[in-house]
Every structure is written in structure tokens, then in C-alpha cells.
Design a protein around this ligand. Sequence first.
Ligand SMILES: NC(=O)c1ccc[n+]([C@@H]2O[C@H](COP(=O)([O-])OP(=O)(O)OC[C@H]3O[C@@H](n4cnc5c(N)ncnc54)[C@H](OP(=O)(O)O)[C@@H]3O)[C@@H](O)[C@H]2O)c1
Length: 269
Amino acid sequence: MAQQTIGFIGAGNMANSLVGGMIAKGIRPARIWMSDVSAERLAQLSQQHGIHHNTDNNEIASRVDVLVLAVKPQVMQQVCEALREQVQTRQPLIISIAAGVTVANLKAWLGDVPVVRCMPNTPALVQAGATGLYGDPSVSADQKALAGQILGSVGLTFWFDHEKALDAVTAVSGSGPAYFFLLMESMIASAEKLGLDANTARQLVLQTATGAAQLAIASDVGPGVLRQQVTSPGGTTAAALNAFEAGGFATLVDDALHAAAKRSEELSQ
Ligand SMILES: NC(=O)c1ccc[n+]([C@@H]2O[C@H](COP(=O)([O-])OP(=O)(O)OC[C@H]3O[C@@H](n4cnc5c(N)ncnc54)[C@H](OP(=O)(O)O)[C@@H]3O)[C@@H](O)[C@H]2O)c1
């Protein structure tokens, strides 16, 4: 497994962060190949990471044991169909990080081949990602370990026995960063209305978000207990939390996550 070669189709944000994470975790750049429509982008990434590159997707597919499909979902069918013959000859492990593209879709376009479908999230760009993974039954234990190593280089990984679980993962961690960004945006706007300057408001909110997440990760108790610990009866936090509750905060969050999961299911069909 330590010698297997890994190819990326699509040299965008996600592929770039995965390659950076893999190299930081000790995977030799000589094992990594990358293709893209832009020769300029490839040359830049090759210079940055010391990896092999080629603008011909089939050339990359002919050289690797694992092929990571990192193009946008809209071009995935066209990219896969053009790779079909090479993939059928070489039988690499396919790892797709495209949102909403099912294992059945990938197998229809590529032919029968072992496929791992992943749902990463944008914090992977700063090596703080969370990725849900599902492997079809033809994926071996070694291939699963390698897929886990690749996605694990940019954050935490969680395996699921059923592909459908990826709709829930999409609703929670895939779309999740945007929910926290929305809360940050709203808090920054309120902080400014309360009289703080924009820069101070931004820094206070971001540091509070980071600190709360770090405290929750380091703590033995859940977020509910942490919340109670900082809420004195009749105090300032209680006043704010009462306002959240009166606005139906928990129901709103529940509705939002269900809407995201439903949309993920619709997009997969
Ligand atoms: N960004 C995220 O946080 C995130 C989270 C979860 C899942 N994903 C999934 O990850 C995948 C990649 O996302 P991304 O944000 O990295 O996208 P991106 O930055 O647009 O990267 C995709 C790259 O593929 C290139 N490309 C387009 N057509 C190609 C082809 N036929 N052959 C080879 N390369 C081709 C694109 O070039 P052009 O730009 O010139 O077209 C671009 O450089 C998507 O499927 C997305 O759903 C991303």
C-alpha cells in the first residue's frame, strides 16, 4: 500500500488541499499524479508540490492504482466516459469527492470498478475537514485504508455502511460550515450595531467561534452541559438564549438540516 500511486483528475481547490495534506503526512510526491484542463495550473502545482502532471486524463489513469475524481459534478459524466476504457483495463480504485454523484452513476459511466464515494467539506482547505465515506462492496479493506489515508490527510474521516447516510453527512458537515458562517455574519452585524468597530467585531466573533469549538472538542461533556455551565439564571447569556428559544432556534436548525438532506437526496437522483 505504501508504494501505490495516486492520480487526481481535476487540479482545483480540493485536489490541491488533498495533495498538500498527503505530502505533509509523509506521502512521497513521486507517488502522486495530477491532470487538469489547464497546463498552467498544473505547472504551478507541480512546482509547489513536486508531483507529476499531465493534461491528458487518460495518461494519468494509465499510471495509477488510485484515481481521485476531483472535477465539478456537472462535468463528471463526460470525464468518466472518456476514462472508461483505461479504467476497465487497469481497474484502479476510484475515489469520487463530487457532491451528489452516486456510486451507481459512477459505475454506469466507468464500468464495473471499485468505488469510494466521499463527502468532504471546505475546512479541508485548511486541514480541518470532516469527510463521510462510503465504499461499495467490491472495495477491499486495503483500498478502504488507503482512501481513509488520503481523505484523512485533511481532517477527520467517518465510514458509513449505506450510501444514503451521505445525504445526512451532506446536511451536517458538507453544508455545515455555511451555517456557522451565517451565525458569525449575524453576530458581527449585531456587534457593530452595539457600537463595536467592524474589525474588532469580526475578531471577537471569530475568536469566540474558534474558542467555543476548541473547548467543546477538549471537554469531556457535551455542548449542552457547556452551555448550561456558562448560563447563570437571570444573567446576560440567559437573556440571549431566551431570545433564541423564543424565536424557535432548535426547530429552525432541525428544519434547515432536513431541507439540506432532502435536497441532497433529490440531487443524487
Ligand atoms: N470545495 C469544497 O469544499 C468541496 C466540498 C465537498 C465536495 N467538493 C467536490 O469536490 C469537487 C472539486 O471541487 P473544487 O472546489 O476543487 O472544484 P474546482 O476548484 O473547480 O476544481 C475542479 C478542477 O477540475 C478542472 N476540470 C474541469 N474539467 C476537467 C476535465 N475535463 N478534465 C480535468 N480537469 C477538469 C477545472 O478546471 P476549470 O476550472 O478550468 O474548469 C478545475 O481546475 C467537486 O465535485 C465538488 O462537488 C468540493
